[in-house]
Structure formats: C-alpha cells, structure tokens
Design a protein around this ligand. Structure first.
Ligand SMILES: C[S@@+](CC[C@H](N)C(=O)[O-])C[C@H]1O[C@@H](n2cnc3c(N)ncnc32)[C@H](O)[C@@H]1O
Length: 275
C-alpha cells in the first residue's frame, strides 16, 4: 500500500489524532519515514497527519473491507509478500532467534527430538529453520509466497520439505504434527481468514501438540501496517483458538518489534477445551 503524507499539523486535537492513528494502523507502511511519523504521533510530538490514498487503491481497500472476500485478501497478501521478499530476515539474527526459541522451549518443556514433526506455517525465507538448525527433527515449511518459498527451499535443501499453499487447506493427515510454529503470520492475517487457518492447524496437530505463534496485543493503536485487511488482537485470536480446540498455555513478550507489543502465545491442542 502506498500513501502520501500531505501535511503535518501541530494543532492539538485528540479526536482527530485518534482517527488518524486508526487509519494509519490500517494503511501505512511500517518502514522508513512512516515509522518515525507514527512514533512521533504515539509520543505526542506530532498531533496530526493527513494522508491520502490514490483513488484506485482506495477502491481496492474498500472492496476487501466491504466484501470480506477471502480470495481478494489472499491475492493481495500473496502479491505483498512476494514483493517484500528481499527484506524478510527481520531484526533478530538466526542466532538471536535461536536463543529466544530455546528459552521458549525450555520454559514450556517442549522437546525437539529426531522424530518430532514440526510445521513452520508461513515459513518465509526459512528463518525458523536456520534458528533451529542445531536440532535434528522433521521440518516442513509452508507459505503462500513463491519468492519466499524458493529462498526457503535453498536453505532447507534435503533437510526438510517446503510446500507452496494458501494456509486454508493443509495437505497433511489429521494428527500429523507435534509442533506448529507461525511467527509473524497472524500479525498480518485478516480477521475473516484466521478461523479457517486455525482450524486447519489444529486438525493437523496431534492431540497434545503445541502451537506457537505471535500476535499483537492491541492492533488498533499499536501497529502501523501497510496491509489493507483487518487484523485481530490477542484476545480475539485466543478466543478463536479455543473454538479450534487450541488451549492457551502460556504467553511471553516476543523480543522482535517489541515496541509494537508483539506477544508470543503457546497453545496446546486438547480433546475438549473445557477438559
Ligand atoms: C512476516 S513473514 C514471517 C516469516 C517467518 N515466519 C519468519 O518469522 O521469518 C509472514 C509470512 O507468512 C506468510 N503467509 C501469510 N499468509 C499466509 C497464508 N494464508 N498461508 C501461508 N502463508 C502465509 C507470508 O507469505 C510470509 O512469508
């Protein structure tokens, strides 16, 4: 999504600022100057900015908001992720990510053994695979973006498999995986696609299997995103997890993009959510 900053105003107007922040959360890019502008807005250094979207783009945004059409959203997401494929290593190096994941595993008694089947949902360029390279286990990475998957495939080579798909229908048997990791995937997914994705993840997880993902605490005021779809916050996501037999076991502060309060969540697949 491209947008243009028209004007930075210094007039105090909290309501306007709130409105603009909500719009920014929906429309602007996380990178470069927009990020600084948003930080300035959040700290109160700047009161208001006006942005404009070109007409065709705005029409497209409205279309996916209004219809909630999953194919429109999916197509936009695929195009988006293919386009940003160059910058997808994230602020944490594989070594830092490894240190973080080992801590998460240790704190939650999660063991990675030779026979452990791990699904990296939204694997991107293979950062999780790189981070977990000290373990011997069975890796499967899936992603919607071919450009990213190609790069992931080169990293994984014969030490696992990578599959191109849309996350709505996972081509695996029920109760197949021991662990599913989806880092920075649901922080970018639309409200109306998450239930299907979660029910697929739950289906392919064994009972007692672990699902680890990250999500934003509060998507309205925290995250400037350049996507035009509607995000879920932590409590909405957790409640959808319950509907998919995924019981929240633990949560932690994810060190990446900590300024946007990205939280790590650990679920266990249970036979019955009340049990
Ligand atoms: C921010 S990247 C994170 C990549 C990786 N998990 C990591 O931490 O480096 C989000 C990834 O999710 C993938 N993705 C988004 N929606 C998806 C869907 N519906 N099905 C499969 N992959 C999806 C994107 O293509 C992208 O690779």
């Amino acid at each position: 999504m491209q947008c243009r900053i028209n004007k930075v105003a210094t007039r105090r107007n909290d309501k306007a600022r709130e409105d603009v922040l909500v719009k920014l959360n929906l429309f602007v890019t996380i990178r470069g100057r927009f990020r600084q502008v948003i930080e300035a807005l959040q700290t109160g250094d700047v009161d208001m900015i006006l942005i404009s979207l070109t007409r065709p783009r705005w029409a497209k945004v409205q279309q996916s908001f209004n219809t909630g059409d999953l194919n429109v959203i999916l197509k936009a997401q695929r195009e988006y992720w293919n386009r940003v494929s160059d910058g997808l290593m994230g602020p944490l190096s594989p070594q830092e990510l490894r240190k973080h994941l080992i801590e998460v595993f240790n704190n939650n008694n999660i063991a990675i053994k030779d026979e452990t089947r791990l699904l990296d949902f939204g694997c991107g360029v293979g950062r999780i695979f790189m981070a977990l390279s000290i373990y011997k286990y069975q890796y499967t990475g899936v992603d919607i973006a071919q450009n990213l998957l190609k790069r992931c495939g080169k990293v994984v080579r014969q030490n696992g498999i990578v599959i191109h798909l849309d996350g709505y229908s996972l081509p695996f048997a029920d109760n197949y995986f021991d662990i599913c990791i989806a880092y920075s995937v649901f922080t970018h997914s639309s409200k109306n696609q998450v239930p299907t994705m979660l029910s697929q993840i739950s289906r392919v997880l064994k009972e007692g299997g672990i699902f680890i993902c990250t999500i934003f605490e509060d998507t309205i005021m925290r995250l400037p995103v350049e996507h035009n779809w509607v995000l879920l916050n932590k409590s909405e996501f957790t409640s959808l997890g319950r509907s998919a037999q995924l019981k929240l076991m633990d949560e932690y502060q994810f060190p990446e993009y900590a300024e946007y309060y990205q939280t790590g969540l650990i679920f266990r697949k249970v036979a019955s959510i009340d049990g």
